[in-house]
Design a protein around this ligand. Structure first.
Ligand code: SF4
Length: 343
């Protein structure tokens, strides 16, 4: 096939995203991404569906032409583009951007502490009724094996997909036994450990992550973890319309206050006063509770110029500045204007 005379098309699941000084191609099928120069981003935006010859005609300088050829070699080698005849172009439409989640809440973080155990067990039932799929159980105070066991057991026959657990280091708790009993547990994070360590559960599933970080410091860590950048279709689509950390999230603090997230100060109600899922739904489905859900990175200062904006999970609480723009009090550890990470 003579690629020069064929029309090139970017695969619909390979999405170029422009940043201030560089861009990225998100490969939503292979869950990968690669940085690309902004000049290549512009070529993809402007000439998708043209021939390479047509692209080259727009560059008079021989060095520029050579760079364009290198770009296309890169695109072919990484399977970001394919070639077809002109009349086939319309057979490959762009990816339609849409995001739907049927439940009111998709994920919840519960700090287990000062309320009677029955309240937490009731809450787990309410969350299931609201469509929640992923639950994080955190034990800021000391806890017993039976306490962890009882809560996980309550989810055994539920539609909850995953459980993540955070607890303080305590030798008397048999974590391997908990993991092998409850297949829905994805990770157990043990805070205040003597050293960092990672163990895989004895049945080959469920990780136990030991960290020296103390529990109290968890919610003050706003750093974007490079290893957690997720280029997948769910995250990408959600980020087109919503805040990927806050959207459909519910947090219950240790005193039973109903909040948006552990990083948020505002309480929208008290779990002790909730007597059914309809009542909880009324709170979390209210415009006040959902206000931050729709804060997109595309409308947030700094982030709107970042090529990672549809793949990062940012736990900072957005605030509206005097001009009505969304911003943050703390800078991100990635600077899209320099392309550099701090720390
Ligand atoms: S600046 Fe930081 S928080 Fe904002 S989009 Fe980029 S990586 Fe995410």
């Amino acid at each position: 096939m003579n690629k020069k005379s064929k029309y090139f098309k970017v695969f619909s699941l390979c999405i170029p995203v422009k940043g201030a000084i560089r861009s990225a191609i998100y490969d939503l099928q292979r869950n990968e991404f690669k940085f690309i120069p902004n000049t290549l981003y512009s070529i993809l935006e402007e000439y998708n569906g043209k021939t390479i010859e047509e692209v080259l005609e727009n560059f008079s300088d021989e060095d520029d032409k050579e760079t364009v050829r290198e770009y296309f070699n890169f695109l072919v080698e990484n399977d970001y583009i394919f070639f077809c005849d002109k009349d086939e172009l319309e057979l490959f439409p762009d990816l339609e951007k849409e995001y739907n989640f049927p439940g009111t809440i998709s994920n919840a973080i519960i700090d287990i502490g000062n309320l009677p155990e029955e309240r937490y067990l009731d809450l787990l039932t309410y969350l299931e009724e609201l469509g929640c799929l992923d639950i994080v159980l955190r034990f800021p105070k000391s806890c017993s094996q039976s306490q962890v066991y009882d809560l996980c057991d309550a989810l055994k026959k539920s539609s909850i997909k995953s459980i993540d657990i955070f607890l303080n280091f305590d030798e008397s708790i048999d974590l391997s036994e908990i993991i092998s009993t409850f297949p829905r547990i994805r990770t157990i994070t043990v805070t205040g450990a003597a050293k960092e360590n990672m163990k895989v559960g004895s049945l080959g599933r469920g990780n136990i992550h030991y960290t020296t970080t103390e529990f109290e410091s968890l919610d003050r860590n706003f750093e974007i973890d490079k290893s957690m950048l997720t280029s997948n279709i769910k995250m990408f689509m959600e980020a087109q319309f919503y805040h990927t950390y806050l959207n459909k999230k519910l947090f219950i603090d240790i005193d039973g206050n109903i909040k948006n997230s552990p990083e948020s100060d505002i309480s929208f109600g008290q779990l002790m006063n909730i007597s059914g899922s309809a009542e909880l739904n009324r709170i979390v489905d209210s415009p006040k509770f959902k206000k931050l859900w729709e804060v997109k990175k595309d409308e947030t200062e700094v982030c709107k110029d970042c090529e990672l904006r549809y793949m990062c999970t940012d736990s900072r609480v957005p605030i509206a500045n005097n001009e009505g723009e969304w911003t943050h009090e703390i800078d991100c550890n990635y600077n899209p204007f320099t392309g550099k990470w701090t720390a």
